[in-house]
Structure formats: structure tokens, C-alpha cells
Design a protein around this ligand. Structure first.
Ligand code: PMP
Length: 355
């Protein structure tokens, strides 16, 4: 007996996260190296005594704390089991089979996978020459079947960002009822400078179809607890609430995220150190001859083409696990000086060997 499954998913790849081994330096998943702040760790420890009860399904305390911090109302916030779940749920609430989801490519792998799981059609617009989202080309690709747009900003895996002008031009060019999700998983690492800086939450006032997705997994260091959030028009939030899997944000995760918000400054100060390292790592890699676009995230992209897989394999053997994208490039997390130096030593060695 062959179980009757959906044949259109036969060729869909299974998501395989980077593997690690004892003693290896893991620079493959854009995590932070340090553990939680003491205040966050003790909030988690305190919450353990109540895990015999279901978590708060409405996530009231966390939702209110987020709304207060972000200057929005609670009706504009939906917490999710990682922002990856919110990406999926956005597809669920906007698309029916045959509808189109538009995004740049290469970008976050969940977009095409979750789109296909929903029976919708991914429409992938190649990145521009600078390996950033080509928003003018994307605006032209909108059809009457387009139901959702993802703009990954900074883009995973290239680290590039879209400018305010390009984003506004895009939002003006597309129908004002088309849901446009700005995936800001790495936004806490972005330093654009006063002239170009913009706040997507402000832009939402002019463009209510804009959805902002963020996460506690990256700069806040809670990857293992799975908490993300969406800020959007109350109508979108209501729809996301319907797709929310009951009790999927566990008690420890909710309490830890609330504690993170109370220690915001301390946690985010750590991003400055990563930004300093990002500048150093990028400069050194370029000196070694690698093509590395300007990154505004906690990772850098090495545009290696067919060398990507052998490079990553050799790096793993040398004790530094990085993330290859076959035939395209390698993404390397920027963390602390020692770990970055270990990777740079390998990269220098590889550059020497290839001549
Ligand atoms: N968006 C982007 C661009 C990401 O890179 C990731 C994590 N790899 C996510 C969303 C999801 O993060 P999480 O589910 O851990 O919140």
C-alpha cells in the first residue's frame, strides 16, 4: 500500500538545518553565541513551576508589552511560534491554491516551501546585481493572482537591505490591498545611518497593507524558545489569530520574551559588537579576494558560485560550520572575535590554496 499523499509535494525538498558536532564553531544559523542574560534566565527558571498548566493562548502579557514598546495597539500585534510560523500563517490567510506569492530570490527558504505546502505558486524574482531585492522588477511581476509579497530586509542570506525610497515606490506601485510582509528578522543589526534610516512601523501608518515580521530568535538570543511577532492592520492580525495553532507559544517562551523586553538595552548593546565585527570580517574577506556584498545583518555572504559546497565542506572539516547554498554562495554568521578569526583563518587558507 502506498499512502495517498499530495503528488505536487513529491519534489519539495525537506528543510535540513545545519548539523553540528562537539567542539565545532557553528556559524551556520545566524544565532548569537552567548546565553541569556541573568534576568532572562531567571524568568525562564521561575516559569518552570507552572508548566503543568497550558500557556496563555492569548499571550496577553507579551502582546501588551510588545505593543507598548512598539507604540502600537495590542490589536496590531500577533505573537507566533517563531516568525517562520507567521510567514506560513500569512500565506494561509491570504492564499488559496493557485494564488501567487511574490518574493526575491535567493532569499529565506521558507517562502517557497510554505507557499507550495499551501498549494499556492511561488513567484521568485532574481536579486539585482548588488544581490539585493529588485523591487522595480517585483512591482512589474504583480498579477491579479498575487496575494502576498515577502520582502526580506535585511535579506537572508545576502544581508542586503532595500532603501526607503525603493520600498515606498514599490508600495505606491502595487494595489493598496495587497499584503506586503517586510521580514525584519535581523533588523536589530541594521545601521543605515541617519540619512537613509527608516522605521517600517512608521511606514505602516501610510501603508496599512504593510506587515512587519520580527523575531526573538536572533538579536535577543531566544532561538531555542521559538517566539516571533507580526505587527499589522487589526484585520490581518484577526486573520492570523484564526490560523494560530492553539497554545503553540509555550509558557517559558512567553516569560522569556517579556523579560527580554525589560532588558532591551542590555541585549541590544550586544548587536553593536557584532556590527563592528561585521565591518572587520567583510573588509578582510574582500582583501582576500572574496566578493562580499555589504551586509546589514549578523552574517555575511560569500558569492562563491560552484565553489560553495567544497568551500563549506572544507570549512566544516577545519572546525567551522558555515551554510552553503549549492552553486550559489556561502552564508557565515558573524559572532565574537575568536570565532570570526577562526573562520577568517580558514578563508585565508582557502584563498591561498586556490591561488
Ligand atoms: N525570517 C528570516 C529571514 C529568517 O532568516 C528566519 C530564521 N532563519 C526567520 C524568519 C524565522 O525565524 P524564527 O522562526 O526563529 O523566528
Amino acid at each position: 500500500m502506498t499512502p495517498r499523499l499530495r503528488p505536487d509535494l513529491d519534489d519539495l525538498p525537506v528543510y535540513v538545518p545545519g548539523k553540528t558536532y562537539p567542539g565545532a564553531i557553528k556559524l551556520a544559523s545566524n544565532e548569537v553565541t552567548f546565553g541569556p542574560l541573568p534576568s532572562v534566565a531567571s524568568a525562564i527558571a521561575d516559569a518552570v513551576s507552572s508548566i503543568n498548566r497550558y500557556p496563555d493562548n492569548a499571550m496577553v502579557e507579551l502582546t501588551e508589552a510588545l505593543a507598548k514598546k512598539l507604540g502600537v495597539t495590542s490589536t496590531e500585534v500577533q505573537v507566533g511560534c517563531g516568525s517562520v510560523t507567521l510567514c506560513q500563517n500569512l500565506i494561509t490567510v491570504t492564499c488559496r491554491p493557485g494564488d501567487e506569492v511574490l518574493f526575491g530570490w535567493r532569499s529565506f527558504e521558507t517562502y517557497p516551501i510554505a507557499t507550495r505546502i499551501a498549494g499556492a505558486t511561488p513567484v521568485q524574482i532574481p536579486l539585482d546585481d548588488g544581490l539585493g531585492y529588485d523591487l522595480p522588477a517585483m512591482a512589474k511581476a504583480v498579477t491579479d493572482k498575487t496575494r502576498l509579497v515577502f520582502i526580506c530586509n535585511p535579506n537572508n542570506p545576502t544581508g542586503t537591505v532595500v532603501s526607503r525610497d525603493d520600498l515606498v515606490a514599490f508600495l505606491r506601485a502595487v494595489p493598496d490591498d495587497l499584503v506586503v510582509a517586510l521580514d525584519e528578522a535581523y533588523i536589530e543589526y541594521t545601521r543605515l545611518g541617519a540619512a537613509q534610516d527608516y522605521d517600517a512601523l512608521e511606514l505602516r501608518r501610510e501603508f496599512p497593507n504593510l506587515v512587519v515580521l520580527r523575531t526573538f530568535s536572533k538579536a535577543y538570543g531566544l532561538a531555542g524558545l521559538r517566539v516571533g511577532y507580526a505587527v499589522a492592520d487589526p484585520a490581518v492580525i484577526t486573520a492570523l489569530g484564526k490560523a494560530h495553532i492553539p497554545f503553540s507559544i509555550n509558557t517559558l517562551a512567553q516569560r522569556a520574551a517579556v523579560a527580554c523586553l525589560a532588558a532591551d538595552d542590555e541585549l541590544l548593546a550586544r548587536t553593536d559588537a557584532v556590527v563592528t565585527e561585521r565591518v572587520r570580517v567583510t573588509a578582510q574577506l574582500r582583501t582576500l579576494g572574496y566578493r562580499v556584498p555589504e551586509s546589514q545583518a549578523n552574517f555575511v555572504w560569500l558569492d562563491l558560485g560552484s565553489e560553495a559546497l567544497p568551500f563549506a565542506q572544507a570549512s566544516t572539516e577545519a572546525g567551522v560550520i558555515v551554510r552553503p547554498f549549492d552553486g550559489d554562495g556561502v552564508r557565515v554568521t558573524v559572532t565574537e572575535v575568536d570565532e570570526n578569526d577562526a573562520f577568517l583563518a580558514f578563508a585565508a587558507d582557502w584563498a591561498r590554496r586556490r591561488g
